[in-house]
Design a protein around this ligand. Structure first.
Ligand code: XMP
Length: 512
């Protein structure tokens, strides 16, 4: 196992992902977490992340002394390198040349991290992002690579197994970075790469059995990746002790409700309650146009219906949830300010506490990519494990303005055509999220000899890594016209299609 101490870098999670891709389990703790917790974790090596502070500032963060007393190998990245440098008796200061973005380093000495990759004399591309740099490395360190702005771009003390990188090996713009990290986890720390989804599956099944005993578990199933994988895994562990509740609000994409029932009830033999509550949801949404009101209504109804069904089942002691690792990583609090609520996400799910159920969260340690891999391992279909993210309130926030059954049906058809064309063009996996939006706007068109006066449909497709920022997907115009042609011809009620070319920020991914 590897312990990553976080100094607040935007890309600390990428370090964790690269470590895990090397087949080694790791966790992230804040640099100022309780030292006993760090010790108890039982790591074979430590990585110090980057961060926004400057080591020369009064009171800037430092790694706990334990890190350098533990005898464990340490890899310091960016701010982590500076910390290591000053804590071990070197010096760092503000650089005259700041480097941000792509840079090149010259490799001037050999190092334990190089097997199968860098070598002396090579010039290598790296990703830099720093203002400070080292002016004198600590005693016992040699210089391994240099760049124009960072004379100590990579320093090493092979004897104590300490390595410091000014650049970011965890980002893709450092082409051999993943290999450098793998060499740290395997060669330097002596770990073997047995963290795979196949081994996780076996270990987690044992854990679930031990945790649940003979108890009954209920699980809200939405057809999304996380709840689907959680349900399949728990079912493998405890069979019929698990009952899934699928609250169908009638606002899913076309055909998805049927697929959920088919896959889980028919193929996996999971006990599944499918509650068609579309009348209830659409009834309460009648006349409501405000996006936040829609979210609140849907969130509340969802819980009410779930509770009702859970009560019918009776006797459940445990509630399964598809919580993922990024939801539980403790952030470095010193850096967060108050944030504004743009949209009240994550309002769906969560139960009133009178239910007092114990939680089963088998995906708590996993990143999204790992959850997908585990889903494949469990035999879930690609249409579920590879599926684009979908908001809890569903199509209610993609029918702008008032939501009616008719409008939802129109949107489902347009959306299905759009996604079908994206799949046929082989583009589905290159896109983070693609969907159609139905605008409450009518425009004039002409079809055959007649005038039409129908609604406008907007298409959205973005690339992103976490939904926090997003870029527009650059379809070619021929593709977009093909989709537009099909939608206008095949979907009654839409006579015009537009493509949304707003990135996030300043736009958001969803329109409401
Ligand atoms: P925005 O529109 O805020 O969306 O850029 C970012 C990501 O969050 C999803 N989203 C939601 N998910 N409930 C959810 O569970 C919501 O109310 C909600 N609103 C947006 C959105 O689909 C995108 O992936």
């Amino acid at each position: 196992k590897i312990l990553i101490l976080d100094f607040g870098s935007q890309v600390t999670q990428l370090i964790a992902r690269r470590v895990r891709e090397s087949g080694v389990y790791c966790e992230i703790l804040p640099f100022n977490a309780d030292v006993q917790r760090m010790r108890d974790f039982g790591a074979a090596g430590i990585i110090l992340s980057g961060g926004p502070a400057s080591v020369s500032e009064e009171g800037s963060p430092r790694a706990p002394d334990w890190v350098f007393e533990s005898g464990l190998p340490v890899l310091g990245i960016c701010y982590g390198q500076m910390c290591m440098c000053v804590q071990l008796g070197g010096e760092a200061k503000g650089a005259e040349i700041r480097e941000f973005g792509r840079a090149h380093v010259d490799v001037v000495a050999d190092c334990e991290l190089f097997e199968g990759t860098w070598s002396v004399g090579a010039r290598e591309q790296v990703w830099m992002s720093h203002g400070d740099h080292i002016s004198a490395p600590p005693p016992g360190f040699k210089t391994v690579a240099v760049s124009e702005g960072a004379p100590y771009a990579l320093i090493a003390n092979d004897e104590r197994k300490y390595y410091g990188m000014m650049f970011h090996p965890e980002v893709v713009h450092t082409p051999h970075g993943a290999r450098l990290i793998k060499n740290f986890t395997h060669k330097v720390c002596g770990l073997t790469g047995d963290w795979t989804m196949a081994s996780f599956r076996q270990a987690e099944i044992e854990k679930i059995r031990a945790h649940v005993g003979k108890g009954k578990v209920i699980c809200g199933l939405s057809g999304g990746v996380d709840s689907s994988v959680a349900a399949a895994l728990i079912h493998e562990a405890i069979g019929d002790q698990l009952t899934c509740i699928f609250v169908d609000h009638g606002l899913l994409r076309s055909g998805e409700a049927d697929e959920v029932v088919k896959v889980f009830r028919d193929r996996f033999n999971i006990k599944l309650v499918h509650r068609d509550a579309s009348d209830l949801f659409l009834g309460e949404l009648k006349g409501v146009t405000d996006p936040e009101k829609k979210r609140k209504i849907i969130g509340k109804l969802f819980i009410d219906v779930f509770d009702e069904e859970a009560a019918k089942i009776g006797g459940a002691e445990f509630l399964a949830q598809g919580t993922l690792y990024p939801d539980v990583i403790e952030s470095v609090s010193a850096l967060g300010g108050p944030s504004v609520t743009i949209k009240s996400h994550h309002n769906v799910g969560g139960l009133p506490d009178y239910m007092k159920l114990k939680l089963v969260e088998p995906l708590r340690e996993l990143f999204k990519d790992e959850v997908r891999e585990l889903g494949r391992e469990l035999g879930l279909p690609e249409t579920i494990v590879g599926r684009h993210p979908f908001p809890g309130p569903g199509l209610a926030i993609r029918v702008l303005g008032e939501v009616t059954r008719e409008a939802v049906a129109v949107l489902q058809k347009a959306d299905a055509i759009y996604l079908e064309e994206i799949r046929n063009a082989g583009l589905y996996n290159a896109i983070w999220q693609a969907f159609a939006v139905l605008l409450p706007v009518k425009s004039v068109g002409v079809m055959g000899d007649g005038r039409t006066y129908d609604q406008v449909c907007a298409l959205r497709a973005v690339t992103s890594t976490d939904g926090m920022t997003a870029d527009v997907y650059p379809f070619d115009v021929a593709f977009l016209s093909r989709v537009a042609g099909r939608i206008v011809n095949e979907v009654r009620g839409i006579n015009r299609v537009t493509y949304d070319i707003t990135s996030k920020p300043p736009g958001t991914i969803e329109w409401e």
